[in-house]
Write a protein that binds this ligand. Structure first.
Ligand SMILES: NC(=O)c1ccc[n+]([C@@H]2O[C@H](COP(=O)([O-])OP(=O)(O)OC[C@H]3O[C@@H](n4cnc5c(N)ncnc54)[C@H](O)[C@@H]3O)[C@@H](O)[C@H]2O)c1
Length: 430
């Protein structure tokens, strides 16, 4: 089988995609890039593969003879590198998030259209066992038309904050606003229904003491109340509540399906379906509970996030190889997953008003946004810098970041690095 030659940028989370290529028969890693030399060296020692070339500069990396790049660099810097990569003739797999401004959104879409390269958004939570099976059942018509859904991605990262921000005051995780990291909660519901979000109301929690003591300047958690094109509504919640949860629920015109709850002893492996058909009277139809992961266990078992890391890469590579049915998330769907979070924050800053979400599939809607750089990244926003939370960007004592740095170094030096189980899961020490 022809192997797609892949370069990976970002040596931490990128480990998951490197692992995919090391095990798959349709792809191989040929280059790895990270400006962090110590991390790159650890990756090199762990892989011990003479067929891989290592780079510290993107400018050199992108000239390597390869078909595609995986972007697992900073979450707020994917779009500029994706654009450069596609212009250099490489297909792109982008980690979350796809863009950080509306200007980047327009540029990214137009580059995909002009270059004809495959762009796949790596929202792996869509491929977790329960939400992925929910997509199949929804498309079969099992619960009728979408009316309401909920998505939760609650991740209390306080204990791992030193090892995911390294004491860097301006790390994207420290500067992100409450509704930025929205696609793990919202994305699966978009992928299940295929419906476009048309408006959003945003909410932000300012109970952020737990965030401030690790150096994070955003709200504790964010919410989006999203109206879809058919009038259905999604509640999406994500952020640092104390107990973790990944959970999805969908109500349709004749049924409901949802994933398991962790405290009930299950989770995204488990699916519950409860559907009736109204035919003059209600006929009891289907009450099912099963584990959709079991049939796929062999292929994806070794991969992180419930096996979903396997499927997002598998589909990307298959798409490049010409499989038109490969289930990738294209650039328009990536915007359907992310723009609700971007506009939710503008809603928060305007006191919670409902805002329309532009349809960037339509070229005539792009003009208004082409120069809009508003975001919380000082390097990109220019004169449109937003505060990191609605109360204003907090000033955090330098000593907090110095402590985070010390904790990170201690942890990193004691760690066996890229060979440990956490790395196989695909992220630093998460
Ligand atoms: N989908 C998931 O489940 C999941 C899980 C964890 C992380 N992520 C995503 O993966 C990405 C990376 O996250 P992370 O946890 O590895 O932390 P990170 O964002 O701190 O690390 C990014 C890595 O990219 C490197 N990098 C950044 N800019 C570079 C440049 N210009 N040139 C060369 N190297 C550069 C950094 O040195 C660093 O090693 C983020 O986008 C994050 O959102 C996704």
């Amino acid at each position: 089988m022809k192997k797609v030659r892949i370069g990976v940028m970002g040596a931490y989370r990128g480990t998951s995609m490197i692992n995919y290529c090391e095990q798959a028969d349709n792809a191989q890693v040929v280059a790895i890039c990270d400006k962090w030399v110590e991390g790159l060296e650890r990756q090199k020692a762990a892989l011990n593969d003479p067929n891989i070339t290592y780079y510290t500069r993107f400018e050199d990396f992108i000239r390597h003879d390869m078909d595609a790049v995986v972007l697992a660099n900073y979450a707020n810097e994917h779009a500029p590198f994706a654009i450069r990569a596609m212009k250099a003739g490489k297909h792109v797999f982008s980690e979350v998030l796809p863009v950080q401004t509306m200007k980047e959104a327009v540029e990214l879409i137009e580059t995909v259209e002009e270059s004809g390269m495959v762009y796949a958004y790596g929202e792996n939570y869509c491929y977790m066992p329960a939400p992925y099976e929910m997509r199949r059942l929804y498309r079969e018509g099992k619960i009728g038309e979408f009316e309401y859904g909920e998505g939760e991605y609650i991740h209390n990262c306080e204990s791992i904050w030193p090892s995911i921000t390294y004491g860097e005051e301006e790390h994207w995780r420290n500067n992100m606003y409450a509704t930025f990291y929205c696609t793990h909660s919202l994305g699966p519901l978009i992928h299940i229904t295929g419906l476009r979000p048309v408006s959003v109301i945003g909410l932000e929690s300012l109970m952020a003491d737990r965030k401030r003591r690790v150096g994070s300047k955003g709200g504790l958690f964010g919410m989006e109340m999203v109206t879809l094109e058919n009038g259905g509504i999604i509640k999406s919640i994500h952020g640092g509540l104390y107990k973790n949860s990944v959970w999805y629920s969908v109500y349709g015109s004749h049924g409901r399906m949802e994933s398991g709850r962790e405290d009930a002893g299950s989770g995204v492996d488990q699916l519950y379906l409860n559907a009736d058909v109204y035919d003059g009277e209600y006929a009891h139809h289907d009450v099912l509970s099963y584990n959709p992961a079991e049939k796929n266990a062999l292929e994806s078992a070794a991969f992180g996030h419930g096996g979903s890391d396997y499927y997002s890469m598998y589909n990307f590579v298959q798409k490049i190889l010409g499989d038109k049915d490969a289930d990738t998330i294209d650039v328009y769907e990536a915007m359907d997953m992310f723009l609700p979070g971007l506009f939710a924050y503008r809603s928060v800053l305007q006191g919670g008003v409902r805002l329309q979400i532009p349809n960037l599939r339509d070229p005539s809607e792009r003009e208004k946004w082409r120069t809009d750089t508003a975001c919380t990244d000082p390097d990109v926003a220019a004169d449109a810098l937003l505060p990191t939370c609605s109360a204003g960007t907090p000033v955090i004592d330098k000593a907090v970041y110095e402590k985070m740095y010390r904790l990170w170094r201690k942890d990193f030096e004691a760690d066996d690095g890229y060979t440990n189980a956490a790395m196989t899961q695909g992220s630093k020490k998460e």
